[in-house]
Design a protein around this ligand. Structure first.
Ligand code: NOJ
Length: 531
């Protein structure tokens, strides 16, 4: 006992975590995620309609880093049994995947429902349930039917009803078995990034009204879908529905930037969440004010951030059953200098807020440079949501690490997942946050949008040159299975995965999980205390 106490005290002095309780609360759920266009392939199977990616990447393949498309991807349309097998082997409590709108509704509209499309997801859902893995289903993950894009996509207010029609049809087929739904994935990318930068398919750059009109339409579409589920299906099946937001945690560069940073958080996260999660509904008031003033300066007779009618506000307010959080990274915020023009929102800054976003030179990065490794941002983001939205229950629906290296001994990914999960535990145990689960992006390597197949996020490596798209577990898969099995971050020994080193294609030389000098010293001291 004395030894344990000495051990813990020394650990604390050392700033270590050896006596931390690394167990997850009972009922905490672990999952992994993918999305339809990124894994399914079968772009023209049966009567599937065309989505924006099919059209753009067939016409202009050079827009992706490797000139590739998701035509075959992981071929999950045919290899879904392998996907279920992986989910089961990992011991996942749930598997988050998305439904391809144009596979269910070939025209994008409700005039025609594809029998084969519906059948595909029936097989996947039933297979998962038979294996004890709960399906968590996203209705829309960037793959808009081309017909709808041709009519203006998310900038056309009619999309609100088209999306609601689609959602209603999907619920009518699967709500008896699917209990957790996400309406729309990452509207911050869909609206802010897409319209401000225009470098993601469908590659429409219109940064004056685009991001804001899209923002409003996404919220209305989500709200209508939520209400359809709530009114018609919830009374029978008791499931839950949310929208997946992907805030970047924003930290002030210095104390003076604190107020501006909070405004930037409201601009990035609040604009997509306040209308749903606050009691008063509507846009964050400070953001509404700034946008009205800035629009006036630009000569607009109205705000570029469209207002809500009272009816719209009411429609959106309260349309959640939990907060779906995709959390990857952080940025530092400072005010722009006098002679400086801020870059585009949300990667580099905002002209509207006169804000510049920076990274800390000390931060490590994944190979996808957007993702700086900032685990403490996870805890802070959770706390921001907790404080602002009345301790809403939070399901982390994405978090993951990108490498170019396809190797199996992916210790950096293990380190990333472990450190972020540790912050999730602190948020739960120290701060009282109501986090109910965590999802790794991704179950397997897949088509990483504009980066094609050059970026790997998978717990499983996929051989894209093999006709069956064989999947092989990485060290991170074994690590994650271990975390799930023990419901804890303990029981993790990197030696378990050493055998994968030899199967590495290119060596991954950092091994942050190996024993450190500090740990060795501590063991040395302890041996002396015991003896
Ligand atoms: C978020 C998106 O939802 C997913 O599609 C993407 O692959 C990952 N982030 C990694 O960039």
């Amino acid at each position: 006992m004395l030894c344990v106490t000495v051990f813990c005290v020394l650990s604390l002095i050392w700033g270590g975590s050896w006596c931390e309780d690394l167990r997850f609360p009972p009922g905490f759920q672990f999952g992994a995620a993918t999305s339809a266009y990124q894994v399914e392939g079968a772009w023209n199977a049966s009567d599937k309609g065309r989505n924006v990616w099919d059209i753009m990447l067939h016409n202009t393949p050079s827009v992706t880093a490797d000139g590739q498309s998701g035509d075959i991807a992981c071929d999950s349309y045919h290899q879904w049994r392998m996907d279920i097998h992986m989910a089961k082997t990992l011991g996942l409590h749930f598997y988050r995947f998305s439904i391809a709108w144009s596979r269910i509704l070939p025209t994008g509209f409700s005039n025609k429902i594809s029998k084969d499309g519906v059948g595909y997801y029936n097989k996947l859902i039933d297979g998962l349930l038979r294996s004890g893995v709960e399906p968590v289903v996203t209705l829309y993950h960037y793959d808009l039917p081309q017909n709808i894009q041709s009519l203006g996509g998310w900038a056309n207010p009619l999309i609100v009803d088209w999306f609601a029609d689609y959602a209603g049809i999907v619920f009518s087929h699967y709500a008896d078995r699917v209990k957790t739904w996400i309406t729309i994935n990452e509207p911050l990318i869909l609206c802010d990034h897409m319209y401000n930068v225009g470098d993601i398919v469908p590659m429409v750059k219109e940064d004056l009204l685009g991001p804001y009109v899209c923002n409003k339409n996404v919220l209305l579409a989500h709200a209508k879908a939520w209400r359809i589920y709530n009114d018609t299906y919830k009374p029978h099946y008791h499931g839950k529905v949310s929208i997946a937001n992907n805030p970047i945690w924003l930290e002030p560069l210095s104390e003076e930037d604190e107020e501006l940073t909070e405004l930037a958080r409201e601009f990035g996260t609040g604009r997509y969440s306040d209308p749903i999660y606050t009691e008063q509904g509507g846009w964050p008031p400070a953001v509404e004010e700034i946008m009205a003033e800035y629009s006036k300066k630009q000569g607009f007779p109205y705000s570029r951030l469209p207002s809500f009618t009272e009816e719209e506000k009411k429609l959106i307010q309260g349309t959640y059953d939990f907060f779906s959080l995709n959390q990857y990274t952080s940025r530092l915020v400072r005010a722009a200098h006098e002679d400086e023009t801020p870059g585009t929102w949300f990667s580099f800054g905002s002209k509207e807020l006169n804000v510049v976003l920076e990274t800390d030179p000390k931060w490590a990065f994944s190979d996808l440079k957007m993702i700086a490794v900032t685990p403490s941002g996870m805890r802070r983001q959770i706390n921001w949501i907790k404080e602002r939205y009345n301790n809403v229950s939070i399901l982390i629906t994405e978090n993951g690490f990108a490498t170019r290296d396809p190797g199996l001994y992916d210790t950096q990914r293990i380190h990333f997942i472990r450190e972020y999960l540790r912050e999730v535990l602190l948020a739960i145990k120290e701060d009282g946050a109501n986090v109910i689960g965590y999802t790794v992006w991704s179950l397997m390597d897949n088509f990483e949008w504009m980066f094609g197949y050059t970026m790997k996020f998978g717990l499983y490596a996929v051989d894209f040159s093999h006709p069956l798209r064989l999947r092989t577990p990485r060290a991170s898969a074994l690590f994650y299975a271990n975390v799930i099995k023990h419901h804890s971050l303990d029981n993790h020994s990197p030696e378990q995965y050493q055998h994968l080193k030899s199967t590495n294609l290119k060596s991954n030389n950092s091994s942050p999980a190996t024993i450190s000098i500090k740990e060795l010293l501590l063991i040395f001291i302890l041996i002396h205390v015991i003896l």
